[in-house]
Design a protein around this ligand. Structure first.
Ligand code: NAD
Length: 251
């Protein structure tokens, strides 16, 4: 029987790459994203390439409990058992901590952190009952290291870096594995919109002289969601072309 995955933020960037990869591997994919217009466009494209029975789109605000509960209900109606949840939706906010507006702080914490709590409350009870499941959270190397002018983002992704351990500990006895993927700067359409000089500076900071592509991230998401990664759990896996490994010492 085909497996089912729910992918939040699945209509753009690395989430879209993941939606396509899971479909190509024969999984049922529920794409959950706030962007309805893009979601309907992506759904049209993917349901014509695959089957309408294999893919669905549900407009979802991952920071809203009712919206997440509706997502769970719809997913169960369409596909039955859920095998994997990819908590990928996220936003970014710039600034040193005192410069971050209170509503921007609340918003990034709600979308990047509280969402994982809400998705867990909605989807994990069934996984506990079925004694199986995988969860992959998109954290960031910005949760593993500090950045200039990214205090709220560092805090949000840093919260996920330790939350994954708590989740893996609490759910391991039910056969549920939970891992984080920690991308570095990735060549998503939004990142590629930067001037070439900016992109080149980022590339130079990587030992490989390049940055990850969305498809690179999707492959590791798939690995972590599938049985191929058993028994990995509770881990933070950077996928960054080595971007964060340098201590910064002068050469
Ligand atoms: P993206 O903006 O292309 O995709 C994010 C998606 O999340 C969008 O489709 C957006 O509509 C959706 N989203 C935003 N708020 C939402 C909400 N409240 N409810 C549901 N969906 C919502 O970005 P991306 O670069 O592909 O980022 C995906 C994840 O990767 C994010 O968690 C981001 O923080 C993380 N990340 C990105 C990079 C990078 O360089 N792009 C690096 C490290 C980590």
């Amino acid at each position: 029987m085909a497996k089912t995955v729910v992918i939040t933020g699945g209509v753009s960037g690395m989430g879209l790459s993941a939606s396509k990869l899971f479909l190509s591997k024969g999984w049922n994919v529920m794409i959950a994203d706030f962007n309805k217009e893009l979601g309907e466009k992506v759904y049209k494209e993917l349901s014509s390439k695959y089957s309408k029975k294999q893919v669905a789109f549900q407009q979802t605000d991952v920071s809203n409990a009712t919206s997440v509960t509706d997502l769970k209900t719809k997913t169960s109606q369409l596909f039955g058992k859920v095998d994997s949840v990819i908590n990928n939706a996220g936003i970014f906010t710039k600034g040193a901590l005192h410069e971050v507006a209170e509503d921007a702080w609340d918003r990034i914490m709600a979308i990047d952190v509280k969402s994982v709590y809400l998705m867990t409350k909605a989807f994990v009870p069934d996984m506990i009952e079925q004694k199986a499941g995988t969860i992959v959270n998109t954290a960031s190397i910005s949760g593993l290291t500090g950045d200039y002018n990214m205090a709220a983002y560092n805090a949000a992704k840093g919260a996920l870096v330790n939350l994954v351990r708590a989740m893996a500990l609490d759910y391991g006895k039910y056969g549920i594995r939970v891992n984080n993927i920690n991308p570095g700067p990735t060549m998503t359409p939004m990142f590629k919109a930067n001037p070439q000089s900016v992109i080149d500076t980022f590339k130079k900071a990587s030992p490989l002289g390049k940055l990850a592509e969305p498809d690179d991230i999707a492959r590791v998401m798939y690995f972590l969601a599938s049985d191929e990664s058993n028994p990995i759990t509770g881990e933070n896996i950077p996928v960054s072309a080595g971007f964060e490994i340098y201590s910064g010492q002068p050469v």
